[in-house]
Ligand binder design. Structure first.
Ligand code: OOB
Length: 548
């Protein structure tokens, strides 16, 4: 495995292989197999473009050869920052075919996040769109290259630009290399090792900037295929990628990858907005999709007055944040389909409720792990498993749950138990039937709509503001987004306005979704008996002020 990643213990890995859980197939080889099976069937749809399985496979090959021709070598990391496009999917397959490793960045990330990712990953390549939502990604890429040491090549999806290699030129180089190679009888591209990293997902972040999650070919091929099976997907299914595909949920839970593994068709939406998505459901006969609760809320509202025909929908997966029973009860009737609750994380473990579970379980639990080989425990403060029904921390290990984040050994020592369970930082209990119920969080993370924000990261940015002597960041409840970001500050001198704090953070190159929504000024922080800042008390104070 790539140095800096933690492998599964050898005997555990052997067990997964012997049981056929890990198939020893790379993502690239899997696509070739799928292309052989489904040739002319449509794999991907975006606007008026339809890409067949055979076309996607040939495209990934051209890109693989093209990236190699542009110096991208096996094991090298390439940060990929693209909106929902077929290019994103083809590039991921293309890079992984030469054993290069895409790092999935959010399109909303800015200089702060990207310089961090490039430094942490040691990336040699960075792929951006020209502009997206009027933001100049070329300028961002130039800035990130100037501020870091390893970026050799900037790639752009769009027109040629100074200092960038255009994706069309990568493809052209690939076509030329393949023709020359075929003439010389060379093997196309040496395939990657299935037990090695296929790509890096990013953690929602709890303590600081995003951490990198190595996902191997073996683990991901297994996860997405199993997720598709649990959702009873078939070649007749049409999956709508409503969320950004760089999220694990939309990429492989089962997402786009699981859809391809069953021979179905994946439609890529530009935004989760129902006004964009409803016409896609109608036009393509979408049968399945995945959303976070704040997006479902928009869909439910729109479905009330919009007369779009959503009758093709059979299953809607909802996860990523907590929901009330009242809310979950509206989803099935409101959209005319079955609901599946999903508890998931980029780190691995996936729990799904099942449409044929008792109605109450579907409405109030996040179901069970998708794999019989998943191990999931609810433990108390001493690390011992708690009796069923008691609330404690959820810990997990299994064939698609990471054993360590990339290049953060000290953090890993705390984030995993000595026997390799990942400490999720989520508070949970199990029902007598064995279903998971998420009750809250230990980790200091705010879930604002679909976005995960690390309290510690925002605090660091606020502390950089002159006059701010102490900062604590908590969530405040919000009807629309679930939670919003509240900054509690102690200042020396005049209190800066919220707009001023936001402007300063924006100028530091922080993604907009992390900017605080409200600010409170206090003279001291309440402390817990152990002398830590009592964030529960701060959050409660903010919530009651908000109500008033
Ligand atoms: C998904 O992945 P991430 O990595 O963005 O966030 C993971 C965290 C979990 O640790 C938990 O705190 C929260 O998001 N979460 C939920 C939840 N599902 C995730 N909290 C309450 N209820 C749920 N159902 O969010 C993700 C990845 C794959 C599939 C679905 C969601």
């Amino acid at each position: 495995m790539l140095p800096g990643c933690t492998s599964w213990p050898a005997e555990v890995a052997r067990g997964y292989r012997e049981k056929g859980i890990w198939r020893g197939q790379t993502m690239g080889a899997m696509l070739a197999e799928l292309a052989g099976r489904h040739r002319d069937r449509t794999a991907l749809v975006h606007h008026d473009r339809r890409i067949s399985y055979a076309e996607l496979d040939a495209w990934a090959d051209r890109l693989a050869a093209g990236f190699a021709a542009h110096g991208v070598a096996r094991g090298e990391r390439v940060v990929v920052q693209l909106p929902n496009t077929p290019e994103f999917i083809a590039i991921v397959f293309g890079l992984s075919r030469i054993g290069a490793i895409p790092v999935f960045s959010l399109v909303a990330h800015r200089a702060t996040e990207l310089t961090h990712l490039v430094r942490l990953s040691g990336a040699t390549g960075y792929m951006v769109p020209e502009t997206y939502r009027r933001f100049d990604h070329l300028a961002l890429a130039r800035q990130v290259q100037a501020e870091t040491d390893t970026l050799r090549t900037l790639f752009v999806f769009g027109d040629r630009a100074d200092g960038f290699v255009a994706l069309s030129d990568v493809e052209a180089a690939g076509t030329a290399a393949r023709e020359a190679g075929t003439a010389a009888g060379e093997a196309l591209s040496p395939d990657a090792d299935p037990s090695d990293v296929a790509f890096f997902l990013l953690s929602g972040g709890t303590t600081a900037l995003p951490k990198m999650i190595p996902r191997t070919h073996d683990d991901y091929v297994y996860q997405s295929e199993l997720a598709a099976q649990v959702c009873q997907m078939s070649a007749e299914d049409v999956y709508l990628a409503v969320l950004p595909v760089e999220f694990n949920f939309a990429f492989g839970c089962p997402g786009v990858i699981g859809t391809l593994q069953t021979g179905g068709m994946a439609v890529l939406a530009d935004t989760p907005n129902p006004l964009d998505c409803f016409p896609l459901v109608e036009r393509h006969g979408v049968t399945m999709t995945a959303m976070v609760p704040s997006v479902v809320a928009l869909w439910l509202e729109a479905a009330e007055w919009n007369d779009a025909d959503l009758s093709s929908l059979r299953l809607v997966q909802v996860g990523g944040a907590r929901m009330t029973r009242e809310f979950t009860a509206r989803i099935g009737p409101g959209l005319g389909c079955s609901l599946q609750q999903v508890f998931g994380m980029a780190e691995g473990l996936l729990c799904f409720s099942h449409p044929d579970d008792p109605a109450d379980a579907v409405l109030t639990t996040q179901g069970r792990p998708i794999s019989p080989a998943d191990e999931m425990l609810v433990v108390g403060p001493d690390g011992d498993p708690l009796p069923s029904g008691e609330i404690g921390e959820l810990v997990a290990r299994g064939p698609y749950t990471l054993r360590g984040y990339y290049r953060v050994p000290e953090y890993n020592a705390r984030a995993f138990t000595p026997d390799g369970f990942f400490r999720t930082g989520d508070l949970a209990r199990l029902t007598p039937a064995g279903d998971l119920v998420i009750e809250g969080r230990i980790k200091e993370m705010i879930i604002r709509g679909g976005d995960k924000i690390s309290a510690g990261e925002v605090e660091d940015h606020l502390l950089a503001h002159p006059g701010v002597t102490a900062a604590a960041v908590t969530a405040v409840p919000d009807d629309l987004l679930g939670e919003r970001i509240c900054a509690h500050l102690i200042v020396d001198g005049p209190a800066p306005a919220l707009a001023e704090l936001k402007r300063a953070m924006h100028a530091r190159g922080v993604a907009d979704y992390k900017l605080p929504d409200t600010v409170r000024f206090v003279t001291e922080f309440p402390l817990t008996p152990l002398g830590k800042i009592d964030k529960l008390a701060l959050a409660a104070a903010a919530a009651s002020e908000r109500k008033a």
